[in-house]
Structure formats: C-alpha cells, structure tokens
Ligand binder design. Structure first.
Ligand code: 6A9
Length: 776
C-alpha cells in the first residue's frame, strides 16, 4: 500500500532524530562550555579510570597484578568473577575529586584523583594509588601497578622512555589539545623515597578499547626478575614484546596503548599527573605534599556538604552509618559514565536492525560490574538521589536522555552504545525495539526539580528547551501504550510464547517477571503504567503552566487518571480485595516435564532431557489478575489514592501482613500468598520480581507512607507507624549487608535479608541515603 519509497521512509522513522533543537547543543559538554565536568571517572566499568566527555577521546586507566600466584590474574574491568571482597568510592563529589578503596585478596588499594581547573581544555588531574598488604601480618609481597593511556580512534600519543621505564607520555587530541602525562617515581605509602622497583612498559595497538585487557594479558611473560638489594631474586610477570591478538580481522587498529608497569613491594604509592598544555600559569605539579593537601581540603568540603545536604549526624546516625551513606552516594557519583556511540534498533517497518544516530549519553549506571550502561527507568531513581546533591547535574542527565529521542518520541530503554558496552551484553539483548517502553521515571525527577527553591530564568529556559521533547515523549506513551478503554494503558512487547514460560514476561515494565495476565492480549490493562501516566500528566501540566503553554489537556488527563472512582472501576478487583491488572488470565498454570515419546527398543538414557513446558489446567478468561505485590500497590506508591480512600486501609494492612508483603528487611515484591511467589519462570529462569525485596519500590513505599502520614485521614496513624517501621528495617538491613559483604546489592532476600543478584549495585539501592535523610 505504501510503495517502495513509502516503505523506506517508514523504515527510517525509527532512526530519525526528534526535530526539536537538542537540549544540549553540540559542544555543550565540551571543554570550553563545561570545563569543570570535562574530565571525570566516567568509565564506571573499570576499577579505576578516567576519560573526558568527548567522542572517542584518549582514556586513562589502571590495572594491577598480585605477583604471588603461578599464573597472572590481571585486574582491569569490574568483574564479579574477580570475587573482590569489596570495592567502591568512599568519597566522590561528582566533580573534582574521589577516593576509592579496593580490597583484593592479600592487598588493599586506595585510588584517588583530584582535578585542577585551568587552561582551555579541561585542566589537569592527578592520581594517587596507594597499596597495602591486607593485614599487618602478611608477608611483604610484590604487586604490579599498570597505568595506561590509550587512544580510541582519534589523537596521538608519544612515549618517553628512560632505560626500561616509561617516564611520561605526551599527546594531542581534538578536544584535549596538547597534554603531558607523567608517571612519578614510586614512594612508600607515606611518600618517602623508595629503595627499589622494577619497570616495564608496553607500546601496543589494540582493535579497540574493548580489547585492552586481552592485549595486555597476551603480552605478559614471567621471564623478568625482581632483585631488590639484599633480598631474594624473584621472577615476576610483566608486559613483554607485544604480539598481535589472534583472530582479529584485518582492519586498522582503533587504539594505541601505552602502558607503564611498576613492580614493587607493599606498602607503596604511585602518583600520576595529567597536565594540560594550555594551562599556562601552573603553580607547580600536583604531587606529594601538595596533592595530600588538596585531597584533605576536598575531603573536608565533602564532609561538610554531605551533612548540610542530608543531616545524618544531626539525625543521630553513627559515624559508621554515615560512612555507609557517603559510600552509597559516592559510588553513584563515581558510577556516572559518559558514553558515545549508537544503539542498534528495529521497528516493525525494517527487515534488518539499523544503527541509531550516534550521540553521547551522560548517565549513572545500575551496576559497575554487571550493567555498566544506561537504563532508562533506573536513571529516574538514580537522579532522585543525585538531584539532592547537585541539581544541575541531574538537569544535564535528563537532557542527555531526552536528546536520545527519535521523531516518534521513543527513547531506547537500554543504552548499549559502544564496543566496550557491546562486549558485555549477549547478542540477543542488544537489539532495542521501538515498541518497547519503560516507566517514565524521569518525571519523578522533574517533579523533584520543580520543587527546588530558587527557580530562576536559567531553570525556566532549561524547561523551555526540554518542553518540545517532553511533549512528544508523553504523547508517545499516550498513543503507543494505550489500553483497550479510555484512560487505561497496556505495556507492549510482552513475551508472546505462552508454552514456554510460567508467565510471559513484561521486561518493558521494569518488573520483568512480575506476574501479569497469563495470556498476553490487547484486552489487558496494566495498573502500574496507568499510575505512571497519572504522574506524567501531572508533571506535564505543571511544566506547561510554568511555561505559559497550553496545560488543560494534561490537567484533564491527570484528573481523570487520579479520579479514585474511575480507578476503582477499571482496576479494583473486589473478589481479590486488591487493585490489579486486568486481562485474559488463568490462575491454574504450572510448569511440567514434557512427555517424550519413547520409540520401540530405544534406551531411555539416550533421550534428550524432557523440557519444562507450561500447562494450563483451566482455560483463561477475561478477569482481574490475582498477584498481590508491587503492582497492586501502585495507586498508593504514586500517591493517587485519596487519604480517606477505604482502599488505603486495606493496602496498609496487606503491606504490614507477614503472610503477605511484610518482611523484617523490607517489602517483598510479591506476597507470600500469591500463587507465583518465588516460582521459576522456566527451568533456568529463577524468580526475580516474585518475592525478593527491591529498593526502588521500597523507596517509593516509604515516601508514600511519609506522604499519607502527613495528611489527616482515618489511616494517618497507621501510616505513621508503618513509616517508622519500614524505614528502620530498610536502613538496618542494607547497612548490615553492606558491613558484612562490602557491597550494596541488586535485591535482597525476603527470608534472610541477604543481598542477591548482582553487586555492586549502587543504582537505585543507593536510595537508602534518602530514606536515612527522610528526603522524599
Ligand atoms: C542482560 C546480561 C553480563 C533488570 O537495572 C537494570 C535492569 C532494570 O531496569 C530492570 O528493572 N535490570 C531489572 O528487572 C538488569 C537488566 C539487565 C539486562 C541485560 C544482559 C549481561 O550479562
């Protein structure tokens, strides 16, 4: 019907950028417009590294090796399989400095950086890496620290070698101009001269940054001898002559790598300085005592600002609890990444995946080890915390996300932008589909930012630039995720395969395997999405009003979507006694071993293991979905219920019931009484949002309790009591788990409180800081 050209045009829509001027025009993150934020620890997927906010810039990083084992275990990118007992930023202001502690077996590293503004290209920075034996009794053992600089397709580097020691690297790049990186002589951990160290270096080409670890690993050899005067001679691993990686296609290598390896006894310290060529009147190098002094100044300023912002000392938290909260905030700031590249996307109108337009993304990440990239709905939660620390930062992050929008109003949910990101994701998860939504949590942040005092012309002009994109974004949800009736909504893109899964997943909702209608159909109405849209409508109305734009339609939507009578009509399941999804549903489903026909004379052990398949014991019909949990709580979580709503009492009761949602560690995602509580979805797909405690939803719950506790009504006292209990439980458990395991976790067991899933997960789990501070 469309003809060839028409079809081509339709197919291009998914990769056509939104026509509004970018909120952040080209260059606005660059060294001239934003020199303060140019350099940063924006490579959250490596244990320690920095890059500027630039496309394909030279980057810097650290690797290390304990010279103890027979084989060399190189540490570089954050890997759960490294099994480190703990790592993360203890202090980080998101701007000028950071201090991280990394505990490896037998060894503790402290990695610190400080920036110094000056010149035209983002200024200078210094690194200090200090290493100690893990416990005082440990044998003084050898460690190698490997510092590198690598290009990524742009810029040049020149090594300066004296004997075997790489003393410095000079270089240039488009946005950095000329620069000089110096690897200073190692010292003791207090900065005194050190007797002996061994030096090696590597000058190599890598296909790209995603292969740096492999390039270094493949060049390691243990033919080197460490011979401190008076000590025993010891062989050690070091970078040796570089061999090209096997199996790489014959293309020009993207990356030039220069690496300085220093091998020495613990304890020790090494400093590195980056000096920008255009920084003319430098008062002296930022090393040694000067660096110590700068660091101390930043630490003191951080402590002050932290207390001013969150008042945790005033609220009576112990110094240990305060350090925990500082680490949570710092690790989220230290988990900010700057990514540049393109998603790979598909719409119903393309036969083959297409590259999305190339662009930048400045965002926090959920997990430095497992998910070191941007996730749309996670980011709204991240910025709820960061907006308290640095509202300008949150504004910029929101702008980056909205600038990723296409002409349809779609923003890809998971941002897998460059080769380093793609290297961490199995191929089947890379493709982003344009029918896929994700909760529009950025509206939560906007709501928060609009409440900030001191909204001046700057904030207003920011909103003005944002508005055309917000409008299209809102419209996109309103049209593409519309439900079967007016004012209802439905997540598109649920799993379609009804034979394989106990309950087909709804990844787009963010609540992956949370039980929904057993048989996906266009008749579904999803309660959580409806509540998100009520929130979005309210914030759109507020923004429009502030800008003098037409707001009536948004207001109307907000009022309709928060009308308690309409909400009950569409989502209150009287028989179940809860708010619920509606759809084509059967409660009587289960997983069963498939029966495999045995042929005559066929020995049973030669048969393939029978698969688990779904059986439906009672045919589905249109009805409410009985799955008490986070979804049922949404009218409460997003504060749509009127304080005198009789449903509020019921919800508070379900929350406090230990048979249902209450655990001593937080609210479980699915009630113990719910049929799919802790059920596998397939043989290899364990329960995820079917019982465990998630901190983003618990944050919304404490926040809603705080809200209802402040409003007069029949349930006010109940809300007050629950608020105090839930808040105390969350804080106690997250602190306890952090102290015991060294990490914040993706989720927490509802039976033991233990951290589960991936770690470190300083994404929305860091919202515990706001719970401590009672900032909602
Ligand atoms: C899988 C595997 C190395 C799942 O925190 C990010 C998201 C949340 O948005 C979502 O609500 N997480 C939650 O249900 C993690 C999703 C990871 C998907 C990628 C690839 C990589 O293995």
């Amino acid at each position: 019907a469309y003809g060839l050209y028409g079809r081509w045009r339709l197919g291009r829509r998914v990769v056509t950028p939104h026509p509004a001027p970018r909120v952040l025009p080209a260059g606005s993150s660059g060294p001239r417009a934003a020199p303060e934020r140019f350099w940063g620890s924006y490579r959250p997927h490596v244990y320690f590294g920095m890059r500027p906010r630039s496309a394909r810039p030279p980057v810097a990083g650290l690797m290390w090796l304990r010279q103890a084992a027979a084989e060399a275990r190189l540490r570089h990118t954050c890997e759960q399989s490294d099994g480190l007992p703990g790592y993360g930023w203890l202090l980080h202001d998101g701007l000028r400095f950071g201090a991280q502690e990394i505990r490896d077996r037998g060894l503790t590293l402290r990695t610190e950086f400080v920036k110094r503004p000056g010149g035209e290209h983002g200024g200078d920075w210094s690194w200090r890496v200090t290493a100690w034996p893990q416990s005082a009794g440990d044998q003084p053992s050898l460690v190698s620290l490997l510092f590198y600089v690598a290009t990524d397709g742009q810029g040049t580097l020149q090594p300066h070698v004296e004997n075997t020691r790489l003393v410095s690297v000079t270089g240039t790049s488009e946005e950095l101009g000329h620069f000089n990186i110096t690897f200073h002589k190692p010292t003791t951990e207090t900065g005194e001269a050190l007797g002996y160290a061994s030096y090696n270096h590597l000058d190599a080409r890598s296909p790209g940054l995603h292969r740096l670890t492999d390039v270094v690993k493949s060049s390691l050899s243990n033919r080197f001898v460490y011979a401190a005067p008076g000590g025993p001679k010891r062989r050690y691993f070091a970078v040796d002559t570089y061999q090209a990686l096997p199996g790489e296609p014959d293309q020009a290598p993207q990356s030039h790598l220069l690496l300085h390896q220093v091998t020495l006894a613990l304890p020790c310290r090494v400093e590195v300085t980056f000096e920008s060529g255009s920084f003319a009147e430098r008062p002296g190098s930022l090393v040694g005592a000067v660096l110590s002094e700068e660091l101390a100044g930043h630490v003191a300023a951080f402590e002050r600002r932290f207390e001013e912002t969150f008042s945790l000392a005033r609220k009576g938290f112990t110094p240990q609890q305060q350090s925990f909260a500082k680490a949570a905030l710092s690790n989220m700031l230290g988990g900010m990444g700057y990514f540049h590249g393109h998603s790979i996307v598909q719409s119903a109108h393309n036969q083959h995946p297409l590259p999305y337009p190339e662009g930048p993304l400045f965002t926090a990440v959920p997990s430095r080890s497992f998910f070191p990239r941007g996730f749309l709905w996670d980011e709204g939660f991240h910025q709820l915390l960061l907006a308290r620390w640095d509202p300008a930062l949150s504004r910029e992050v929101i702008a980056h996300w909205l600038d990723l929008m296409n002409v349809e109003g779609w923003i890809p949910r998971e941002q897998i932008l460059d080769d380093e990101a793609r290297a961490k994701v199995p191929p089947e998860f890379i493709l982003q589909h344009n029918e896929a939504a994700n909760p529009p949590t950025l509206f939560l942040v906007l709501q928060q930012l609009l409440r900030e005092p001191g909204q001046g012309p700057k904030e207003l002009s920011y909103l003005r630039r944002l508005f055309p994109r917000l409008r299209t974004w809102y419209e996109w949800y309103n049209t593409t995720q519309a439900g079967p009736l007016p004012y209802t909504f439905r997540w598109r893109g649920r799993d379609q395969d009804t034979d394989r899964f106990l309950n087909p997943k709804t990844l787009t909702s963010g609540l992956d395997d949370y039980p929904r209608a057993s048989h996906p159909s266009p008749a579904e109405r999803h309660l959580d999405l409806r509540c998100w849209m009520a929130l979005a409508s309210g914030v759109m109305a507020q923004v429009a009003e502030r800008l003098g734009e037409p707001a009536a339609e948004y207001r109307h939507m907000q009022q309709a979507l928060s009308d308690n009578a309409l909400l009950e009509e569409q989502h209150w399941a009287e028989q179940l006694g809860m708010f619920a999804d509606y759809g084509n549903h059967s409660q009587a489903v289960g997983l069963q071993r498939e029966k495999v026909a045995v042929g005559p004379g066929q020995p049973p052990h030669q048969l393939p293991a029978p698969r688990l398949v779904r059986v439906v014991r009672k045919p589905p019909k249109l009805q409410f979905v009985g799955a008490l949990g986070y979804v049922s709580l949404f009218p409460f979580l997003l504060q749509l219920l009127r304080p005198d709503s009789p449903r509020l009492g019921g919800i508070l009761g379900d929350m406090r019931s230990e048979e249902k949602l209450w655990s001593p560690y937080g609210l479980r995602s699915l009630a113990r009484t719910s049929p799919l509580y802790m059920k596998h979805n397939t043989e290899h797909d364990p329960p995820y949002w079917r019982g465990p405690i998630w901190i983003n939803m618990n944050y919304l719950a404490v926040r809603a309790l705080h809200h209802y506790a402040s409003l007069e009504g029949p349930y006010q006292q109940q809300a007050v009591a629950l608020y105090q209990e839930l808040r105390a439980n969350l804080i106690a458990n997250l602190y306890r788990q952090y102290a015991a395991s060294g990490y914040l976790w993706e989720q927490y067991s509802d039976s033991t409180g233990q951290g589960r899933g991936c770690y470190p997960f300083t994404g929305w789990s860091a919202l515990v800081v706001l719970v401590m501070a009672e900032e909602y």
